[in-house]
Structures are given as C-alpha cells and as structure tokens.
Design a protein around this ligand. Sequence first.
Ligand SMILES: Cc1cc2nc3c(=O)[nH]c(=O)nc-3n(C[C@H](O)[C@H](O)[C@H](O)COP(=O)(O)O)c2cc1C
Length: 148
Amino acid sequence: MLFQITYHSFSRPGLSITEIEDIITQAKKFNSAHEISGCLIYNKGYFLQVLEGEKQLVTSLINSIKLDDRHDHFTILSEGETNERTFKEWSMAFYHDPLNTELNGEVQEIKDKLLALSASSEKSIFAMKVFWYNVRNLLTEKGYYKPG
Ligand SMILES: Cc1cc2nc3c(=O)[nH]c(=O)nc-3n(C[C@H](O)[C@H](O)[C@H](O)COP(=O)(O)O)c2cc1C
C-alpha cells in the first residue's frame, strides 16, 4: 500500500533561487533512491508539496522536511493510503510561478501535466483532492488556502 501526503508551508523570507534549486536537486536525488515520487509547487513564497511512497520512508522524510529552516508554518493538509502513484514519472516534479523567469525547468510541461492530472482527480484519495484543489487555485491565481 502506498502513502500520499500533502502539506503546505511558507518559504523563509529572502530564500534565494539558488537555495530553491538546491532543494530540488536534493529532493530528486534522495527521492529517486527511495522510490518516493511527488510534486512541489512554489508560488510567491508559498510551497505546496505532495509526496508518495512507502509509508515509513515518506513519514521519515516528512519529519526532516518539517524541521528544515528554509520554510516555516509547515501544515499537513491531508494524508492517506492509496493503490496507485499519481507522479510515477517524477521523483520530484517542480512547478513555480512562471513570472519568476530566473528559475528555469520543465515549467510548461509540468503545468500541462498538472492540469491534465487534476482533471482526472475524481478517483483520487482525499489527500490528493486537497492537493489538486490547491494546485488549481494556484494555477488559476484564485488565491491560496491559508492556515488558521
Ligand atoms: C519545501 C521543501 C521541500 C523539500 N522536499 C524534499 C524532498 O522531496 N525530498 C528530500 O529528500 N528533501 C526535501 N527537502 C529537503 C529536506 O528538508 C532535508 O534538507 C533533506 O531531507 C536532508 O535532510 P538531512 O540534512 O537532515 O539529511 C525539502 C525541503 C523543503 C524546504
């Protein structure tokens, strides 16, 4: 059984592009070595991430991400078990605000795939529905889900 978890957080004020790129590099390396997949969205200081994989591995990763001082206000939105991965092909897909042109990457491809995947999210477990709800709001600039 696979485990999926969605959280959001706010980046530490002044977090640089290089620091965000370091997170992605670190995430891709660790996640692919541990059969963890997922997606990280960054938009105007807001992180939204979903992680999926073996429960103990994902839980221990989440515990270390939670303590990372590159972000704060870490809030778990939802978690649950599922039979299928949503991000099979991605150790860590990264999508960021396209206005931030200094960051490069597979932005358009990921945006297209995210929108396509979100359209088929009806079958997803609740943790993914929460993720997609937030993704749709971010991609269509409707605003953010904020804690409290
Ligand atoms: C928003 C955010 C997302 C992260 N996502 C991952 C991830 O998916 N995989 C990963 O290995 N590290 C990720 N990290 C980095 C971890 O927090 C941490 O630095 C890494 O697990 C190494 O921890 P260690 O130095 O205690 O070994 C993320 C950090 C942040 C701030």
